[in-house]
Design a protein around this ligand. Structure first.
Ligand SMILES: [Zn+2]
Length: 154
């Protein structure tokens, strides 16, 4: 696969084991294996929030408690503000377009970005609570002991 564009370069330069890898690639935060979402693409939108109950590789329960992902709304708000500020600075301050062009661009960009912001905020939220553990990343649990009493790194 060939990297195209700065985003692809950023994604390919991220190493498995880094929190950013799991957040941006929407991977399981513990084993960095399978994706957090059932459908890799956010479309169709009715499947946007569909997630498997457990990680297929390490067995991590994604929804750690009832309504766990409600907290990701705070993250979503922060990402939304970041996109808002970035678009405003670009369109209004740097390019010098008028207020209505800026408002229209903001509306369109926010609308188009919302599926990705939604998923990214869930991924960020679960990564605040679960860290990468390499002992889970090679299907060792299912093939060897089956116990969860593995040593933890502090
Ligand atoms: Zn996992």
């Amino acid at each position: 696969m060939k990297a195209q564009g700065p985003t692809a370069v950023l994604l390919t330069s991220m190493k498995k084991g880094k929190r950013l890898y799991s957040i941006l690639r929407l991977k399981c935060p513990r084993c960095h294996g399978p994706g957090l979402f059932t459908n890799k693409s956010p479309f169709p939108l009715r499947e946007l929030s569909r997630m498997p109950e457990h990680c297929a590789e390490c067995g991590l329960k994604f929804e750690r408690e009832p309504s766990f992902f409600y907290g990701s709304m705070y993250i979503s708000y922060a990402y939304g503000v970041a996109v808002f500020v970035a678009v405003f600075v670009l369109v209004d301050l740097l390019l010098g377009y008028g207020i209505w062009t800026t408002v229209g661009t903001l509306a369109v960009v926010q609308l188009l970005a919302s599926p990705w912001i939604f998923r990214l905020s869930r991924s960020t939220w679960i990564n605040l609570f679960v860290s990468y553990d390499p002992s889970y990343s090679k299907k060792r649990l299912s093939s060897t002991s089956g116990g969860k009493g593995m040593d933890r790194k502090m």
